[in-house]
Design a binder for this molecule. Structure first.
Ligand SMILES: [Zn+2]
Length: 1058
């Protein structure tokens, strides 16, 4: 027995223990130095370098050349395969033997043709256990392969993590050797590190802290690193300490293994496939060694990749899932951005995700899992509930720059009143390591103390994958119940949420969006990605609608369910939380753009196929099929294609009030007949000769141009700025007195760190209006159906803009078609409209609805929202009048005071140095209105801007008359989606999704001309509501909505008549 401790000096005692376990100091004599005592080099090392990501079978057949530890290989994104031949010394019989491997590239060990473990120095996985105990007769010669990717866990940024990847970076294996692992030493190290953590974490005014420190000190006294026979005494001291139990009121931490893998970020999608394999095979190995370890895993897409590329590993994952150790969570296809995707796209994340989880793992996920997204739409609670989910986990709001979110466990109430139980792990991380510090923070930082006594603790390296380690597990197991600390249990999401649910009655409620006060630049960065997103959401909407109508109208038509699923999954993939926000490297942007290109080309192919089916069998001349994919009548000017690539303007209009339903005769000799609600089919169009609808020529005086369509009168100054916008009928002016709209402004845009992500509050202080040269404004289109004016604007020495301001006959808004050549560094371009409107709040469209945000900076919660997101429109209204700003592909916006501002382009340089450089095209529109925006039809106008009438070439005779499939009795309800039901690809059942858009309780009659046999309500996953049968009378059915409610229904069609 060692002498009784003589010293009471806190610092020397603490540092003495630290040195005893240090990997840096005194390793010649300390305990750490004894962890791997005997070692020997690998018998032979050879390698094969390739720019491709080859499958194992192909890689191992290549020509391997002799290699040495320390050889450099690369460059970035290449792969070096190592053949590692091992001979374990006979003298090591009875010992635990590891392959120690260290590299700055991410490695994967293959044994007998299967992946067995990931190896990354960054992820603290630097050894592979060859045998727990080498037996007498065990084979001592074996060959492994290690596949080393030329990238680190977080890519290959040049100089900093988020810098653009260094294309020339070289990689190295710095250690490859066999070694004897001394588990008794390891266990003492774990204990001593935890004791140090307790001593430091609880601090000098806590008696338990001193107990921990003196226990550790006494262990050092007892333990002679050179004499393993002294270890058990030290071990016993530790066990006595950790065995001293806490009281019943201790907080319980649910430690859940996790590995956040960004589906693409600082590395391309294809590397993520391998990241999943490396991370998950390691997790499987840990599950097999630790039966109580539970690992939560999200993102169906990643599982599908592993299923396709690593079938052996996938089978093991499914086995772990059967045992309850591998727990699929989230329910979505990927962890998507929480702001930008449309409502329908969010539904599809769950539809594709949940059906994958059900099919592959036998059940759907019961919690939505989105730890790392840049804000959360107020419609998510309703979408979750409609997809069978009542539980939500995230932590990203801990990144708020200004305000501390007041809860970690609370009820989150969405726009429509739906509620879910939300939990933010109070440690404010999804990548915990199992340290005492983190465990203590989880308790002290918890902002719902006294309301619930349970919280989540997600451990494992994340973002770039990696996941948990055995050491993390050993730490957490040791802390299961020790006085002075919270209780720690290896747990599952199910157990965590069940406990939280039992405390539900105590919890507070947060209503509305969870706005992240950071990363507001992601609403704007990478404009082409945003544009692709909006455009492809439209294409898939239109393709599904037209295919559904073709299914009804044409008995031979096969609904392209497989192709649509493929295209939807591409779109959903691009909605990942580092892709659509534009916070990814250039290689990811290129992949994302090619995904959009696939959706465009295949989607347009599907539109043509459906158009062909709709035209078949109808008598009449060849021509154009004009389709309105929105559920209301429209009168719009449309550019109709002419032979030779030219276009003619045509006015497409409903032919009278009675033209809503059924086949509508193409009776007007001058212009084609009505594209009524949705889908009307018309022959080739001619421009009207009808003077009633003609627009006078734009007038030009003193360099200014006035456009007037009888609804709006628009006056542009000689530089293209808007000096007046009058609602003709009321004479009401929309532009603030003495101010000009359509004012382009540039800001310096230098964030604190997260370049592509962040625009900071202080950028507002650098506002510089861009002044044009008088005299550049010219008349474009000369009236008739359309009047326009255009101008050029030099934004800076390197960037220029041209814009056509367009006013169509009958149109309630003026459009601004804009082209920008953008070559800037850390600048932000916006366009401003000071309105003659006063209101303390502005309205912004979100998924399936809209919400209000303040127009002032009263409190920190108000000014932290200096830059916000919106979908297709925003509106500033006072009583009786307002001004709406619509857009076709933008998301960043703000209204401060009376100024509506649309964010157009940024120029961040990391992680993509080329972000947003080059040519851009976009359209925004301005709509002054009388009354409320609801009554004035702003929502419909924004839809119209985003869903232009389709003019599809009719390959055969086009139908002679127009025809309408659906219409609604109230403008408050939008028919958002028409598609075939998922369940049976051959079924003649359609799904309709509608939502209440005004924020009102309303009854709505849905009229359809389709041969419907049965109508029944269903949830967002298309599961029938057993009590949801809807009586159908005179082709009409009645639906009741509450504000912003989303409703889905199944329409079972009558069998086709042969
Ligand atoms: Zn992430």
């Amino acid at each position: 027995m060692a002498a009784a401790p003589a010293l009471k000096h806190w610092r020397t005692t603490l540092e003495r223990v630290e040195k005893f376990v240090s990997p840096l100091y005194f390793t010649d004599c300390n305990l750490r130095g004894r962890l791997y005592r005997d070692s020997c080099p690998v018998a032979a090392l050879s390698s094969f370098l390739t720019p491709e990501r080859l499958p194992y079978q192909q890689a191992v057949q290549q020509d391997f050349r002799p290699a040495q530890v320390g050889d450099r290989f690369g460059p970035t994104w290449w792969t070096s395969w190592f053949r590692v031949e091992l001979t374990i010394p006979e003298a090591w019989v009875g010992q635990e033997v590891h392959l120690r491997w260290e590299s700055n590239g991410e490695g994967l060990v293959w044994r007998d043709g299967e992946p067995v473990q990931g190896l990354t120095t960054e992820g603290e996985k630097t050894s592979y256990v060859l045998t727990d105990r080498l037996g007498e007769g065990d084979p001592r010669n074996l060959t492994l392969y290690v596949e080393v990717a030329c990238n680190g866990l977080l890519g290959a940024g040049k100089g900093s993590m988020i810098a653009a990847p260094d294309p020339e970076k070289m990689f190295q294996v710095s250690r490859a050797e066999l070694a004897v692992f001394h588990r008794d030493v390891y266990k003492l190290l774990v204990d001593l590190e935890l004791l140090l953590g307790i001593a430091k974490g609880l601090g000098e005014d806590n008696q338990r802290s001193f107990q921990a420190l003196y226990t550790a000190n006494q262990m050092v006294n007892m333990c002679d690193p050179a004499q393993p026979e002294t270890f058990p005494v030290a071990q016993a001291l530790a066990s006595r300490f950790f065995g001293q139990r806490g009281g019943e009121s201790q907080h319980t931490i649910h430690a859940i293994g996790h590995c956040h893998i960004d589906t693409a970020w600082l590395w391309p999608f294809k590397e993520t496939v391998r990241k999943c394999a490396r991370s998950w095979v390691t997790a499987v190995q840990l599950m097999e060694r630790n039966p109580s370890f539970i690992f939560a895993c999200s993102q169906a897409q990643q599982l599908e990749w592993v299923k396709n590329h690593y079938p052996g590993l996938y089978t093991r994952l499914q086995e772990c899932a059967c045992r309850g150790q591998f727990v699929p969570v989230g329910g979505t296809w990927v962890e998507m951005d929480g702001n930008l995707p449309s409502g329908e796209a969010m539904v599809r994340q769950f539809l594709q995700g949940q059906s994958f989880f059900l099919q592959e793992f036998g059940k759907m996920c019961s919690e939505f899992w989105l730890p790392d997204t840049f804000g959360y739409s107020a419609q998510l609670p309703q979408i979750m509930r409609g997809c069978g989910i009542r539980r939500f986990l995230t932590q990203k709001l801990s990144w708020n720059l200004v305000n501390t979110f007041p809860h970690h466990t609370f009820l989150w109430e969405g726009l429509d009143g739906s509620r879910v139980l939300a939990h933010f792990p109070p440690g404010d991380s999804y990548g915990m390591q199992g340290s005492v510090e983190e465990v203590l923070k989880t308790v002290t930082n918890n902002r719902d103390k006294g309301r619930t006594n349970h919280s989540a603790f997600l451990f494992g390296f994340g973002d770039g994958g990696g996941g948990p380690t055995q050491t993390m597990l050993d730490r957490l197991k040791r802390l299961c119940n020790t006085d002075g600390l919270p209780r720690v249990q290896l747990s599952s999401p199910e157990r965590l949420f069940s406990e939280l649910e039992s405390d539900q009655g105590q919890l507070c409620t947060w209503v509305g969006e969870l706005f992240l006060e950071l990363h507001n630049g992601t609403y704007t960065t990478h404009a082409q990605i945003k544009k692709g997103n909006r455009e492809c959401e439209r294409i898939l909407h239109d393709a599904e609608l037209l295919s559904s109508l073709a299914l009804v109208r044409c008995t031979q038509f096969l609904y392209p369910a497989v192709q649509l699923q493929y295209l939807w999954r591409l779109l959903l993939l691009n909605q990942f939380h580092d892709v659509v926000p534009g916070s990814c490297i250039q290689a990811v942007v290129e992949d994302a753009m090619s995904h959009y290109e696939d959706i465009r080309s295949h989607g347009n192919g599907l539109l043509s196929a459906a158009a062909a089916a709709l035209c078949a069998g109808e008598p009449g001349p060849e021509g154009l099929l004009i389709v309105n994919t929105l559920p209301w009548k429209r009168t719009e000017v449309l550019a109709l294609p002419r032979p030779g690539g030219a276009h003619t303007l045509g006015l497409i209009s409903s032919a009278g009030d009675s033209a809503q339903h059924g086949l509508c005769s193409c009776s007007c000799p001058h212009f084609p007949a009505a594209p009524a609600a949705p889908a009307a089919c018309v022959r080739s169009a001619r421009a009207p000769a009808d003077s009633f609808s003609r627009l006078p020529s734009p007038t030009k005086t003193d360099g200014s141009v006035t456009l007037d369509n009888g609804i709006l009168r628009v006056r542009l100054d000689p530089t293209g700025r808007l000096t007046s916008l009058v609602l003709v009928a009321s004479g009401r002016e929309a532009i603030a007195e003495g101010a000009t709209g359509n004012q382009f402004v540039l800001f310096d845009d230098v964030p604190l760190y997260w370049d592509a992500w962040d625009v900071m509050d202080y950028h507002l202080e650098t506002r510089k209006p861009v002044l044009g040269q008088p005299g550049t404004l010219a008349v474009g289109t000369e009236g008739g159906l359309r009047g326009s004016a255009w101008f050029l604007l030099q934004l800076s020495p390197n960037s220029r803009l041209s814009q056509e301001v367009v006013l169509d006959v009958g149109c309630p808004y003026v459009r601004f078609h804009t082209e920008v050549h953008w070559q800037e560094t850390h600048k932000f371009l916006k366009v401003e409209f000071p309105a003659r409107v006063r209101s303390p709040q502005a309205t912004y469209e979100i998924q399936f609805g809209h919400l209000q945000r303040p127009t002032h900076y009263n409190t920190s919660w108000d000014w932290a929202r200096f830059e916000v997101w919106a979908h297709r429109w925003m509106d500033l209204s006072e009583c009786g009048f307002g001004l709406a700003l619509l857009n076709d592909c933008k998301y960043g916006a703000s209204v401060h005071g009376n100024v509506l501002s649309l964010s157009l382009l940024r120029a961040p340089k990391a992680p993509d140095a080329t972000a947003d450089m080059g040519r851009h095209e976009f359209t925004y529109a301005l709509m002054p209105h009388k009354g409320s925006f609801q009554d004035a039809g702003v929502i419909r106008a924004a839809y119209s801007l985003n869903f232009p009438l389709l003019a599809l070439p009719a390959p055969g005779p086009a139908p002679a008359a127009s025809w309408s499939a659906f219409s609604l009795s109230t403008p408050a309800v939008v028919l958002e989606t028409v598609k075939q039901a998922e369940a049976n690809p051959l079924s003649r059942t359609l799904v309709l999704r509608l939502y209440e858009a005004h924020g009102s309780h309303v009854d709505c009659w849905l009229h359809t001309s389709l041969p419907v046999q049965e109508a029944v309500l269903c949830d967002l996953l298309e599961k029938r509501d057993p009590a949801g049968h809807l009586p159908l009378r005179d082709n009409r059915l009645k639906l009741t909505f509450s504000p912003f409610q989303v409703r889905s229904l199944l329409l079972v069609l009558q069998p086709p008549l042969d």
